[in-house]
Design a binder for this molecule. Structure first.
Ligand SMILES: NC(=O)C1=CN([C@@H]2O[C@H](COP(=O)(O)OP(=O)(O)OC[C@H]3O[C@@H](n4cnc5c(N)ncnc54)[C@H](OP(=O)(O)O)[C@@H]3O)[C@@H](O)[C@H]2O)C=CC1
Ligand SMILES: Nc1nc(=O)c2c([nH]1)NC[C@@H]1CN(c3ccc(C(=O)N[C@@H](CCC(=O)O)C(=O)O)cc3)C=[N+]21
Length: 358
């Protein structure tokens, strides 16, 4: 259905590669003082102290927009600092340094970039990183051999197989081979199964959904009792995000490509997590005033003004939604950095668990 709100979201061109401002967790503070969607705020450069931390993050609220921008980049930085401190403490106490192994198959540019960013993030917090890069035409057995080696290596506490894998490989077989105690992506069926079951605890929760929930928590956005809609049902984002929201006592609806009247369902939601992969699909008119929106989508769109020739946008038409929502994550700088921070966190937890260190 065409939106009545016009913006550049109507014109952005999706690249055939295979809407942002800022203000963090003054959410509940400002939220309490100003009804979220009615105010036209003129605050700039506010500082706040995110939960349980000594790091202050500066925040601005753009004029003419009422939503707070959920600053994933700033929160992720803070989490990385907390992780760095813990890693130093563990090393000092028991001489153990966490290790993360990444297996990359093929030459996808985006995958190579993500792997490089993970390595950088590991280096910055003091996690040892191990990388295996196999050619596109490698055999499944080669990948399984690499996983076995890392499963047996005591200096490796986390194993990540970068997705997507080449089409000739059986993703299920490969992900099943990762030892569940090293499954820092949380993609092993045993970990996902435990996530889905009441009274069971997974050893690891998938990083992107975990990052989404962490952002809601750190911004004081209540989940319990709220209506949540997850758009997308993939194994790596949508489905586990819905399970996590349910564990947090939200009432959850999943919207997917075969859903009838998605806008009507989305319009009921207090919390929206979108993980679709369609640039600017979610329009301002689809949003209940005051909803909180977590945009997982990473979509390249043509942009001749950008040095790369493209820029990244989310699934959500930011410029429209920011006028209706109470809080929204930008792309870039929202969920993406949180994914990496959660990976580091899972790797640290894994090393602590293996060495019985608290
Ligand atoms: N920020 C981050 O850290 C991360 C970002 N991403 C990004 O998130 C996005 C989603 O990734 P991923 O889950 O792997 O993608 P998938 O392609 O695996 O899944 C997409 C999901 O969206 C659904 N969908 C597709 N079109 C529509 C539509 N028009 N309306 C409603 N639902 C639709 C699909 O439905 P159906 O099941 O019916 O096909 C599917 O469930 C991508 O942009 C990806 O780049 C991914 C991982 C991490
Ligand atoms: N086994 C596996 N685990 C994953 O977690 C996994 C994966 N495979 N395959 C691909 C997706 C995608 N993903 C992202 C991670 C970080 C950013 C990120 O940091 N994005 C930056 C922008 C980066 C840029 O500018 O290119 C941001 O949103 O600010 C994005 C996407 C993890 N994934």
């Amino acid at each position: 259905m065409a939106s009545m709100i016009f913006s550049e979201c109507s014109t952005a061109r999706l690249l055939p590669l295979r809407c942002h401002r800022s203000c963090p967790a003054l959410s509940f503070l400002v939220g309490c003082l100003f009804p979220l969607t009615s105010s036209r705020l003129f605050l700039t450069s506010l500082s706040f102290q995110p939960r349980a931390s000594s790091t202050s993050v500066s925040a601005t609220i753009a004029t003419e927009s009422s939503a707070k921008v959920i600053d994933g980049k700033a929160v992720a930085k803070q989490i990385r600092e907390e992780i760095g401190v813990e890693i130093a403490r563990m090393k000092e106490a028991i001489g153990i340094v966490p290790g993360l192994a990444v297996i990359l198959v093929g030459d996808r540019k985006d995958s190579a970039t993500y792997v490089r960013n993970k390595k950088k993030a590991c280096d910055a917090v003091g996690i040892n990183s191990f990388e295996v890069h196999l050619p596109e035409d490698t055999t499944e057995q080669e990948v399984l051999n690499s996983i076995s080696r890392f499963n047996e290596d005591p200096s490796v506490h986390g194993i990540l197989v970068q997705l997507p894998l080449p089409s000739h490989m059986n993703e299920e077989k490969i992900l099943n081979a990762v030892g569940i105690e090293k499954d820092v992506d949380g993609f092993h069926p045993l970990n996902i199964g435990r996530l889905a079951m009441r009274g069971r605890e997974p050893l690891f929760v998938p990083c992107t959904p975990k990052g989404c929930i962490e952002l809601l928590h750190r911004y004081g956005i209540q989940i319990k009792g709220k209506k949540a809609v997850v758009i997308g049902r993939s194994n790596i984002v949508g489905m586990p995000a819905a399970l996590l929201l349910q564990r947090e006592d939200a009432t959850v609806t999943i919207v997917h490509s075969r859903t009838n009247n998605p806008e009507d369902i989305i319009k009921e939601a207090d919390i929206i997590i979108s993980a679709v992969g369609q640039a600017n699909m979610v329009r301002g008119s689809w949003i209940k005033p005051g909803a909180a929106i977590i945009d997982v989508g990473i979509n390249p769109v043509e942009d001749p003004a950008s040095p790369r020739g493209y820029r990244l946008v989310g699934d959500v038409c930011y410029d429209e939604v920011v006028k209706v929502a109470s809080a929204v994550t930008p792309v870039p700088g929202g969920v993406g950095p949180m994914t990496i921070a959660m990976l580091l966190s899972n790797t640290l937890s894994s090393a602590k668990r293996m060495h019985n260190f608290n």
